[in-house]
Design a binder for this molecule. Structure first.
Ligand SMILES: Cc1ncc(COP(=O)(O)O)c(C=O)c1O
Length: 397
């Protein structure tokens, strides 16, 4: 097949989709006085145009001009099952799949389905903050299993984990795989150990695999690769939103092999009237999975080069910034403790004076005070300019 040149050096016009990432009103409310030409490297979406097949699929609907209530029809299930088999070697059955409105809201429904107020959930920290606040908003306690930083990469403290599972008896372990922040990919032995401990202590193993499509090095292993003996306790959450940059469609799905768990979860969805899905969301998933794999691979190559450039730039120009080795996604996680400053000391002046908006590690659930996160899902010329601005700022401050 002829390779298509997708032109990732060109950016989509982010005013048209009113992207939160670029919106001046939002930027100014958060960082008043930030220059108008600032470069946002914060909110996790990418600046590339989506795969052309997705535009065409949406245009077909728009040209027809009907936007009625829809449902999860057979093509959706087939696309999900085929994708998992082909891309991740996962054998998923149709009944296991449940469509819902984005992973974050699904986490809320899961907590509501399986926890009572004052119950606990456990997660590795630092972690994507909605894992935590979904619990807090539902009156559920969070047990933080702090990741250990060993030779520049995160490791799970299994002794502490076992102790926490035994003494706190959390209802759910919300596991992030690959992990956000850091893009650390877990190995099968690690996933299996977590699954084993969860099974032993009666904790439901929920695995968020949202970041599993952009793989920069190594091979992603899904929790669905575990032996079937773990399936009765397993819930996988995923979507093409990160990989194909479709977050605004607010559509995702869960994979729950066990019928009883699935029933309890689906009952909770019904109680929240999560029934008819977003018309474009379903089409987005089907088209991404059926027609856009070459776009995903080409985009991943582009991110890999952006990552190589970023790593080299930081090594050569920002000696006090330690970039953690990243295997997945487009969000490098940087330890800035050697600067003697905290993330908050850097992020606000960098926005207002330096003209680059990055994410402070404090926006993650626990243990991110000495980290900042960059978003390199952007055309390389923008990335180069942003890194030069960061260097100029850090030299002076
Ligand atoms: C680990 C993780 N889960 C879920 C999400 C968001 O998923 P969704 O847009 O489907 O709610 C993100 C977004 O950054 C994420 O990092």
């Amino acid at each position: 097949m002829m390779k298509v040149d997708y032109q990732f050096d060109q950016m989509a016009d982010r005013r048209i989709d009113h992207a939160r990432k670029w919106d001046q009103k939002i930027i100014q409310s958060k960082y008043p006085g930030t220059p108008k030409d600032c470069i946002p490297m914060w909110i996790a979406d990418m600046d590339f145009k989506a795969a052309p097949a997705i535009d065409e699929a949406f245009m077909k609907i728009a040209q027809n001009g009907a936007y009625g209530y829809t449902y999860a029809y057979d093509e959706f299930y087939e696309a999900v099952m085929n994708w998992h088999k082909h891309r991740h070697n996962n054998q998923v059955e149709k009944d296991w799949i449940t469509l819902s409105y984005g992973t974050v809201s699904t986490i809320h429904y899961l907590y509501q389905a399986f926890c009572q107020p004052n119950d606990c959930v456990i997660m590795n920290t630092p972690v994507y903050d909605p894992f935590r606040y979904a619990a807090v908003h539902n009156g559920i306690n969070v047990v933080a299993n702090t990741l250990k930083l060993v030779a520049g990469r995160y490791e799970i403290d299994f002794d502490l984990l076992e102790e926490q599972l035994r003494t706190r008896r959390p209802k759910i372990f919300l596991f992030c795989s690959p992990h956000n922040p850091s893009g650390r990919m877990w190995e099968l032995a690690e996933i299996k150990k977590v699954a084993q401990l969860c099974q032993q202590y009666g904790t439901i193993f929920v695995c968020d695999e949202v970041h599993s499509e952009i793989i920069l090095s190594g091979k992603f292993i899904s929790a669905l690769q575990l032996p079937e003996s773990y399936y009765d306790n397993l819930i996988v959450l995923t979507s093409p939103n990160k990989g194909f940059n479709l977050g605004g469609l607010k559509t995702s799905y869960s994979i729950i092999p066990n019928e009883q768990l699935r029933r309890t979860f689906c009952h909770r969805l019904e109680m929240n009237s999560i029934t008819s899905p977003n018309l474009f969301g379903v089409v987005g998933i089907i088209t991404a999975y059926n027609e856009c794999e070459d776009w995903l691979d080409a985009m991943t190559d582009y991110i890999r080069e952006n990552y190589r450039y970023t790593k080299e730039f930081i090594e050569n120009n920002l000696p006090d910034w330690q970039l953690m080795e990243m295997s997945a996604s487009y969000l490098p996680w940087i330890d800035i403790s050697k600067t003697g400053k905290t993330a908050l000391d850097i992020v606000e002046p960098l926005a207002k004076i330096g003209g680059v908006i990055i994410e402070p590690g404090t926006n993650y659930a626990s243990d991110g005070e000495n980290f900042v996160r960059l978003n390199i899902g952007t055309p390389k010329p923008i990335l180069v300019e942003a890194l030069n601005r960061i260097k100029a700022f850090m030299v002076k401050n």
